[in-house]
Design a protein around this ligand. Structure first.
Ligand code: OAD
Length: 248
């Protein structure tokens, strides 16, 4: 075990409240693309986020947006949780704040109510006009563009697009948690998209210890008390082995 891993384990092992803040890197080893890696086939290297992940892009070409999300859904349907998800799920009391819209933490066994999806979920559609109507989606067979049965507006994935607000209740819970923990485990995020990435700074300002896991330096590096350079599927199982962590 490296000195950095030992240092991180020492931070986690003392009686403390811990939470996880994750991004696309957590699911990379499950075969789900990240958004910004330069050396990989990351989504925003291949696709234009303004066309696919904004209300304006949806208004301009709703079929294109729905088709893209449905392609991602079908990919997710065949993906499996990786050792990073599994080792996090084995920590039964740990709340998972995530920017990810996949359901791999839940499929690894994290209770639904312990996953705070800041950017929404691919597993549901919602009415784009905001009438409140939602539907659970079969990831392997997602529906084509269709109208809301309640108000007739187009249905869309229940994810957050650029220019949209995060779900207020989820953000509130995540922010409150980050103000009341002793250690934040930051996993697989470039930490470039706000307000989500701001949670790391909020925790850091409180004197909360920050452990960052990423194969590369990221915008979270400057706030890290311990930075573990590596893939989360390799690092997390070793880091968490034998520990019993909780968020409350
Ligand atoms: P990014 O794609 O911006 O960052 C992914 C990070 O994961 C990078 O820093 C990689 O180095 C790292 N990474 C890659 N493989 C890894 C592995 N095996 N283990 C650990 N880390 C690994 O993804 P996010 O930070 O999640 O928002 O992006 C934030 C938001 O930007 C997303 O939620 C999405 C996107 O636009 C919306 O769609 C609203």
């Amino acid at each position: 075990m490296t000195p950095k891993l030992e240092e991180a384990r020492a931070l986690l092992a003392r009686p403390s409240r811990v939470a996880v803040f994750s991004g696309a890197g957590l699911s990379a080893e499950s075969g789900i693309s990240t958004f910004r890696d330069t050396e990989t086939d990351a989504y925003w290297q291949r696709f234009n986020p303004m066309e696919l992940a904004t209300p304006e892009g949806f208004a301009a070409n709703p079929e294109r947006v729905i088709d893209w999300y449905n392609w991602r859904r079908r990919t997710l349907a065949t993906a499996r949780p990786n050792p990073a998800h599994v080792s996090l799920a084995a920590q039964h009391g740990l709340v998972q704040i995530t920017q990810n819209v996949d359901d791999l933490l839940e499929r690894a066994g994290v209770p639904y109510e312990q996953v705070y999806h800041l950017h929404g979920t691919l597993s549901e559609d919602r009415c784009h006009a905001g009438c409140g109507y939602r539907e659970t989606i079969e990831l392997a067979e997602p529906p084509a563009l269709r109208a809301c049965v309640q108000c007739g507006a187009p249905m869309r994935p229940a994810v957050v697009w650029f220019g949209e607000a995060l779900p207020g209740d989820v953000w509130q819970k995540a922010e409150t948690l980050c103000r009341n923990i002793d250690c934040l485990l930051v996993v697989g995020t470039s930490a470039t998209v706000y307000p989500a990435a701001g949670l790391i700074g909020i925790a850091h300002q409180q004197g909360t210890k920050v452990i960052v896991i990423n194969p590369n330096a990221s915008d979270a590096s400057a706030l890290a008390d311990v930075e573990l350079i590596g893939e989360s599927g390799t690092v997390l199982p070793v880091l968490l082995e034998g520990l019993s962590l909780a968020s409350v």
